[in-house]
Write a new protein. Structure first.
Length: 147
């Protein structure tokens, strides 16, 4: 066999393994993809029921409602609120400290097609670029440093 043929076979062999590796990598990453939607996109392009997605927007004023749900031995707090474009979000758990009405929020979870409610598994509060933790703000005030 000539050197030219050996080189061709070697390149074909390497390309095959690279292709198989890329296919395995991409199929495994596909399961971990979480797409971000705006509230109006969710209501127009309804995602699959089992597709994990993220939605973000501003929390509407006077929309935050808390209910205590008692299950046999445990108590759960159900939190529901609406974000811009009137998308209702339900969440069980503890909200972040920065969460409040009129503030930006990103929720991760699943969209319920029947009730048209977003069931969040994780809620992230957003803040502006001027945010400073209270502890650091107090320290800077004591030292007389401008913020």
């Amino acid at each position: 066999m000539k050197a030219k043929h050996k080189r061709s076979i070697f390149i074909l062999f390497i390309m095959t393994f690279v292709s198989i590796g890329a296919y395995i990598l991409l199929t495994n990453l596909r399961d971990n993809l979480v797409f971000f939607y705006s509230p109006s996109e969710i209501l127009t392009k309804i995602p699959k029921a089992d597709q994990k997605i993220r939605v973000g927007g501003m929390v509407d004023s006077n929309s935050l409602e808390r209910r205590i749900i008692e299950d046999s031995e445990k108590k759960y707090e159900e939190i529901s609120f609406t974000i811009s474009d009137l998308l209702e979000i339900k969440y069980f758990g503890i909200l972040p400290d920065l969460f409040r009405e009129g503030q930006g929020v990103v929720a991760e979870g699943f969209f319920d097609l029947e009730d048209r409610v977003f069931n969040a598994t994780n809620v992230l509060a957003k803040h502006d670029e001027n945010y400073m933790p209270p502890e650091i703000e107090k320290t800077l005030d004591r030292k007389g440093i401008e913020k």
